[in-house]
Design a protein around this ligand. Sequence first.
Ligand code: MRU
Length: 328
Amino acid sequence: MDFNTVQLKDRNLIMLDQRFLPNKVDYYTASTKEQVFYAIKEMVVRGAPLIGVVAAYGMYLSYLMGEDLEKTADYLNSSRPTAVNLSWAIKKMLKAHDEKRNLLLEAKAIHQEDIDTNRKIGEYLIDILGEKRNILTHCNAGALATTKYGTATAPFYLGREKGIHYKVYADETRPRLQGASLTAFELFHNSIDVTVITDNMAAHFMSKGKIEAVITGCDRVAANGDTANKIGTLNVSVIAKYYHIPMYIAAPTSTIDMSLSNGDLIPIEERDPIEVTSRFGINTVPIGVKVLNPAFDVTPHENITAIVTEKGIIYPPFKENLEKIFLL
Ligand code: MRU
């Protein structure tokens, strides 16, 4: 079962509305840059690669409206700050426009590149996992966060084609529950063995030897390998290191930001406290109590075993080896 996370039909960008999953399969249609901005900001679509593809189509829609693309670029770039794929895709669209190339073709190329990239990442991850079958993932770096296969989930989909069956543990991922509502949804509907655990259960299952490797996605990797991903990834990395469990980051090169020397420089999105206080339609925190809600954290490169890109597997020392991959 493939998920059409985004599809351009004439002047309409049709997106699977992930806010309603797993309860309702609904679509959100955008034909203006304001609607595209809304879809990214309100997380109709989310996940670094998907945000990039949607932004590329958003630039195309804005071009069709005869708008100033530099202004649209600034506007769309401000929708979510952490995932660098957003500005990466927007920059590509601006360049194509400057070079008087066809913007529809450029957006479609960015879309296709996502699919090809994820497949390659999946193949490398299958190699690196070897005989390991019990894998923990955090948040959703799945087909729903991309346009096909996902990044962290790519080995599960490709593995199934090759007769390799993984057992996946999906962290629930507070506060928005992307692991429970999205990763579990897509893997379950594709007949991949998935078990949801709450975030605070990871150490327990690691201590019992139930988890052999961790794979997560990422929103931005700095030049030294420090990696921003969904809040809670840092916790998982610390526990994995304690139990000597390898931690792999599935990273399209479009998510690597060589302009930032380290993870302290990655902007961390702060989201509305309501995501923490009333997720289940009722208040779970007394009204008036202070709440913090950073959407991402940074895993230091020391906690990462390897960064798996479409161009190959990168091991420490990350600073030197990340540079090399961009010379390929
Ligand atoms: O806030 P979200 O749901 O956009 O966060 C998503 C993640 O953190 C993913 O792990 C990351 O974007 C990689 S998706 C292939």
